[in-house]
Design a protein around this ligand. Structure first.
Ligand code: FPP
Length: 245
């Protein structure tokens, strides 16, 4: 791989993906390879979050979505879940000021009412503090599941019908987008999944209809700015037809 500056200079700034979404995977395997507890992998993964958010902001990405905790992740052992929640709290406490100074707006995809009190309070603080920011939107998918998001959207739509705000006939794909956590945002152009897995894992199921996928064998804790630039350049060389010719 070329050095970071070399690769970065190959990015066409006029053809940037508006929205990049990343399934941060491989923390556990990274730790296992080093005979460390899994939470060490998550801690190292948090450092990559800091770097990749900074890199995406620097090149001018409008929306960055990070899959941090899925609705299925509650099945993990309690100490791993507690470790992940602690890392989230550490991340927000350490980074909120800088994110805010960089005009980054934090948005959560998922039901935060089910989070333990401390991470929930930190998340609410981050949303509140950055709510008027106009720069990059940082979506953190937390207690997020794509199927749940769609069902939740349907329920919200049905409530609006009951209240007479909208009718069954009004529903179309654009209107339904407004009932998702990503309301008002463009759909992801590019989905990145490191760690060699090639599956969706219940991520943004409605929004990714025409997203481009980029996979890599590198584990998330080894994912550097260069990998992000590589994915963007690869994306820029693809021909997107959205079902046309
Ligand atoms: C998947 O790897 C990763 C997660 C379930 C957690 C992702 C969380 C972080 C990177 C921590 C910091 C996040 C923020 C937003 C501060 P895995 O554990 O499934 O890895 P494996 O497949 O190798 O076991």
């Amino acid at each position: 791989m070329k050095n970071s500056k070399g690769i970065k200079s190959n990015i066409n700034i006029d053809k940037l993906p508006k929205h990049i979404a990343i399934i941060m995977d491989g923390n556990g395997r990274w730790a296992k390879k080093r005979s460390l507890p899994r939470n060490f992998g998550h801690q190292e993964g948090m450092k990559r979050v800091i770097e990749i958010v900074e890199a995406a902001h620097q090149i001018g990405i409008g929306y960055l979505t990070l899959y941090a905790f899925s609705t299925e992740n509650w099945k993990r052992p309690a100490n791993e879940i507690n470790g992940l929640m602690k890392i989230l709290v550490i991340y927000i406490r350490a980074e909120l000021e800088r994110l805010h100074n960089n005009n980054i707006k934090i948005n959560i995809l998922g039901d935060i009412s089910e989070l333990p009190e401390t991470p929930r309070n930190e998340v609410v603080k981050a949303i509140e503090k950055t709510k008027y920011n106009t720069g990059m939107v940082l979506n953190i998918a937390l207690n997020y599941g794509g199927r749940n998001e769609i069902i939740r959207g349907i329920k919200e739509y049905l409530k609006d019908i009951e209240m007479g705000k909208i009718s069954v006939e009004d529903l179309n794909t654009d209107i339904f987008s407004n009932y998702l956590y990503t309301r008002g945002q463009p759909d992801p152009d590019l989905i990145i999944r490191p760690s060699g897995e090639q599956r969706l894992s219940n991520f943004l199921l409605y929004q990714i209809a025409y997203s481009e996928f980029w996979y890599s064998d590198v584990l998330w804790p080894d994912f550097k700015e260069n990998h992000l630039y590589e994915a963007i350049i690869d994306f820029q060389n693809r021909s997107r037809r959205f079902g046309g010719i």
